[in-house]
Design a protein around this ligand. Structure first.
Ligand SMILES: *[C@@H]1O[C@H](CO)[C@@H](O)[C@H](O)[C@H]1NC(C)=O
Ligand SMILES: *[C@@H]1O[C@H](CO)[C@@H](O)[C@H](O)[C@H]1NC(C)=O
Length: 471
């Protein structure tokens, strides 16, 4: 009754209405501010409402593939006498950029590299083969390319690319696939297949059997392809992946382990994954071991002390390199793994094709894993700094496992070919020709798509929406 006297029903309603709108307005503004700003410290209220977004911070995928690495350390025994090589061992210096290792050599050199292909194949086998209709009964969305391999040649059937970055990623991925099949020891044995690949970070249609750059544990029907960066990426201080690797080795000659800074470095954009990346910045704030700072690409004269731009190889000057996922996986991980440094990563949610080889414990430990909120970052760093011999061992294992084995061009090409062969086992045989109506009820045979060699000669417009349907 008292309430009633103080504010009438309509007043009350209006008050609720206005404060409701104000609250919603405040929330929206806070979230917009929190996810977009590059301000290094946020008010507590804004931090509270910051959405985790795509980063479901409770989830991660940890692999234990120690057995893979164990057999990787032994020479391959090729049992079949028909094989010229009784025993053959992968040698980084000799074979690292050999895109044409044969199937036995690939299997011997890179155990554990084909785990996700096997997983995807087994998942599909339980659900029936992929039909042509499965690949044609949906519209291609941003970043997708429908393509075919026939008689060892790569054909582009359809593209849906929306901007130049999209186009570059797609062309780089196709180029890498083309390189892998061109280099095959037995090119006629390459399977005839049709597939749809996407170069978007996030799977737009995760329930479809698509080829993607990364997946979460629940995206079981996605097939992983190597990141386009193995071919090359058009950014300052990058380039072809093996070029960056060579740079890292060159740097290491001048700056061996003992000459590195005993600090943890990280550079990145906060607004790609605000909650996750801000947690890293917060956890490192004010620590003597920290050189963690955000990068503002648009701000060339970056004014915050100590947070100037660092290229991927510049990060090799530090003993410890932090890694954080972005909108989905972060392509930066593979560059960080080129350094003889200790990679300190939160538990990863996004799986890339070679992630099964990441090992967070044991004698072959090749990186250091912390929680997704970085709550144990400080104690982890204290432990690493107190045990330099352990840190050195992890950094050496990082180089041995990744730079000198699983991140080589040889491994990338082996992976692409294994993907093609496995996809063939669970999908249809495409035909090179299709029947098209030719005016007066006549049908004729027409070759499908365009060869990769021709496609790369096309101009921008023709590449981003191929084929262009006549208006
Ligand atoms: C030897 O060759 C046969 C047939 O070519 C094949 O089935 C078998 O798996 C091979 N063995 C090994 C160990 O590679
Ligand atoms: C593929 O197509 C078959 C029928 O042709 C259908 O039963 C199946 O659900 C489809 N699979 C996917 C992943 O779309």
């Amino acid at each position: 009754m008292i309430l009633r006297r103080r504010c009438g029903a309509s007043d009350c309603l209006a008050w609720f209405f206005i404060s409701g709108i104000a609250l919603v307005f405040f929330l929206i503004c806070s979230i917009l501010y929190g996810t977009r700003t590059e301000n290094p410290s946020l008010p507590q209220a804004v931090q509270e409402v910051l959405p985790a977004g795509r980063c479901l911070c409770q989830q991660s995928t940890t692999f234990n593939c120690e057995s893979c690495l164990d057999c990787a350390a032994r020479p391959a025994i090729v049992a079949n006498a028909t094989h010229a090589l009784e025993t053959w061992e992968f040698d980084f210096r000799r074979d690292g950029s050999n895109y044409g290792l044969d199937e036995d050599q690939c299997a011997a050199a890179f155990p554990g590299l084909f785990e996700d292909i096997e997983r995807a194949k087994n998942f599909r086998k339980g659900r029936g083969l992929v039909t042509q209709k499965n690949l044609t009964d949906f519209e291609l969305t941003k970043g997708m390319v429908r393509a075919m391999i026939h008689d060892g040649q790569l054909y582009i059937l359809q593209t849906c690319l929306v901007d130049n970055i999209n186009r570059q990623k797609a062309v780089a991925s196709l180029a890498a696939l083309h390189r892998a099949i061109s280099a095959a020891r037995d090119r006629p044995a390459i399977a005839n297949i049709e597939f749809v690949l996407s170069v978007e970070d996030l799977p737009a249609q995760p329930e479809k059997p698509l080829w993607m750059l990364a997946r979460r544990a629940q995206d079981e029907d996605l097939w992983l392809i190597p990141d386009f960066g193995w071919w090359s990426w058009d950014m300052p201080a990058l380039g072809a992946f093996d070029e960056v690797a060579d740079e890292a080795m060159q740097r290491e000659r001048l700056e061996p382990w003992d000459a590195k800074k005993e600090k943890l470095v990280w550079r990145g954009k906060l607004n790609f994954a605000p909650k996750l990346r801000r947690a890293l910045v917060e956890a490192a704030k004010g620590k003597s071991w920290s050189d963690v700072g955000q990068v503002k690409w648009e701000d060339t004269e970056f004014k915050e002390p100590g947070a100037h731009f660092l290229g991927p190889v510049d990060q090799c000057s530090y003993m410890f390199i932090a890694h954080a996922e972005g909108r989905s996986y972060s392509g930066a991980l593979k560059y960080r793994q080129l350094c003889r440094s200790v990679i300190v990563s939160h538990k990863l949610q996004w799986i890339q094709h070679y992630h099964y080889l990441l090992l967070a414990s044991g004698a072959k430990q090749n990186y250091v894993e912390v929680e997704r909120d970085f709550s144990d970052l400080s104690s982890t760093m204290d432990d690493l700094l107190a045990h330099p011999e352990k840190a050195k061992r992890i950094a050496d294992n990082n180089v041995k496992t990744f730079r000198e084995r699983y991140l080589t061009g040889a491994a990338e090409a082996c992976y692409w070919r294994a993907l093609v062969q496995a996809w063939k086992e669970i999908s249809f045989e495409p035909s090179l020709y299709e029947t098209v109506a030719d005016g007066q009820n006549k049908a004729r045979q027409q070759k499908r798509g365009v060869r990769y060699e021709t496609f790369i000669l096309y101009d921008y417009e023709s590449q981003v929406t191929f084929p262009q349907v006549a208006q």
